[in-house]
Design a protein around this ligand. Structure first.
Ligand SMILES: NC(=O)c1ccc[n+]([C@@H]2O[C@H](COP(=O)([O-])OP(=O)(O)OC[C@H]3O[C@@H](n4cnc5c(N)ncnc54)[C@H](O)[C@@H]3O)[C@@H](O)[C@H]2O)c1
Ligand SMILES: [Zn+2]
Length: 388
């Protein structure tokens, strides 16, 4: 075999733009509109709206229409907003993906036009995959509308759909054109979705920022009481940690074995699947984080105070930590194999052994992991029986 003389390496640079604000559409300065440059005339924009968000904030289409009117020299809405179903069903089949691709086609959205997507992580994943593949990539502006998507899902570079019973089996790495976290979108979340981003905050605090863990513990009452200023601070710090991992971590497209930000996720994804997505991603990550901390205590020399401390913190943030599916240990443990396949080859699971200290393990002792699952289950059951 002979290598072509013209072979070489190619590097592509992109700017990862993540902004935070309040009232993005009322901003007279047009900061949002200015994020959508266009060579000739106003930028064509297909607006996609999560149905659950629209139900909670029915005046959004009017706000969007006033915004595009005010900035008509910069933006032009390509038709009325496309309303798509929200929640995990957005990713569970191709319906939503097809709706968006069809709208891109029928409304003449080209590679220099924009898709502006407002919604939770599931809608952003489905719309993101459509935008990444239609015309081989249309510019995408994400406006995440849940705590989890502002803190994590919406500020990353991935998208995806579930397929053949596997979470995120289909998807791509596709950096968005920009991300705009508008804190005011969070006001109408259910309690479950309000707390969801906080388990990702606990996760990333354990990995990278012990002071954030401390802050979460000390602001738990305010967070449970839906203090928007405190939530904004926590979400912004969590987003910063995720974004800096992507921008400065040296492996934005996860080509290396390790995926530290997936700490606590092998079991979280499996639990979501086992409960038919009755368990939210946020609640599943809370349980998954605890399972791996229990394992680290049993196997890797982490202190038992750490798992106690994190369980207390998660409970005070409002996480139930109770899940009947924890009783199906064999099925849950299949999540380890699925995670290995998703990584592509050998297993690499990040385990936290102290705040800010982590280890990558390539082998899981299954007996020990069973014990970790039982300890986590007992903790959740005790709490549920005390509460009930
Ligand atoms: N791409 C990534 O890197 C990445 C990372 C983490 C998680 N995820 C994915 O994100 C998804 C979870 O996202 P999520 O936690 O945002 O939940 P979600 O997208 O399922 O949304 C939860 C519910 O809230 C509704 N909603 C959205 N915004 C609202 C608002 N402001 N007010 C009232 N209701 C609103 C939605 O319609 C939905 O019913 C999972 O599919 C997960 O796999 C992706
Ligand atoms: Zn997650």
């Amino acid at each position: 075999m002979q290598e072509l003389a013209s072979n070489g390496s190619v590097s592509v640079t992109w700017r990862h733009r993540v902004h935070t604000c309040r009232h993005a559409f009322a901003d007279e300065g047009g900061a949002l509109a200015n994020l959508l440059p266009c060579d000739s005339g106003p930028a064509q924009v297909l607006i996609v709206l999560d149905e659950g968000l629209l139900r909670a904030q029915p005046d959004l289409p009017a706000q969007l229409s006033a915004w595009s009117d005010t900035h008509r020299s910069l933006v032009h809405a390509a038709g009325a907003p496309l309303i798509v179903p929200g929640g995990e069903q957005a990713k569970n089949d191709r319906t939503e993906f097809d709706l968006v691709v069809r709208a891109i086609h029928e409304r003449h959205i080209c590679r220099r036009s924009y898709v502006l997507a407002l919604g939770g992580g599931a809608v952003l994943d489905a719309v993101g995959f459509a935008a990444a593949t239609a015309h081989r990539g249309v510019r995408l502006i994400r406006m995440p509308s849940t705590t989890l998507s502002q803190a994590d899902a919406g500020v990353g570079v991935k998208n995806g759909l579930n397929a053949f019973g596997a979470k995120n089996l289909v998807g791509s790495f596709a950096p968005p054109w920009a991300v705009v976290n508008d804190t005011m979108l969070l006001c109408t979340l259910s309690d479950r979705d309000w707390r969801a981003g906080l388990s990702e905050a606990v996760k990333v605090a354990l990995l990278k920022d012990p002071s954030l863990l401390f802050e979460l513990e000390h602001t738990a009452t305010a967070l449970r009481g839906r203090d928007l200023d405190v939530m904004e601070r926590i979400v912004t710090r969590t987003a910063e940690l995720h974004v800096s991992h992507i921008v400065a971590g040296g492996d934005p497209f996860e080509l290396e074995r390790a995926r530290p930000l997936d700490f606590g996720h092998w079991s979280a994804h499996q639990l979501e699947q086992m409960t038919g997505f009755g368990l939210s991603h946020g609640d599943a990550v809370a349980i998954g984080t605890l399972i791996d901390l229990q394992y680290a205590t049993l196997m890797l020399g982490a202190s038992s105070e750490l798992s106690q401390r994190v369980a207390n913190c998660l409970e005070s943030l409002g996480f139930p930590l109770h899940c009947d599916a924890l009783g199906e240990e064999d099925r849950l443990l299949e999540g380890i194999e699925r995670f290995r396949e998703h990584l592509g080859g050998s297993l690499a699971i990040t385990m936290v052994t102290a705040p800010g200290v982590s280890d990558e393990v390539s082998h899981i002792d299954l007996d020990c992991m069973r014990q970790a699952i039982r300890l986590t289950r007992r903790r959740g059951d005790d709490r549920a029986s005390r509460a009930g």
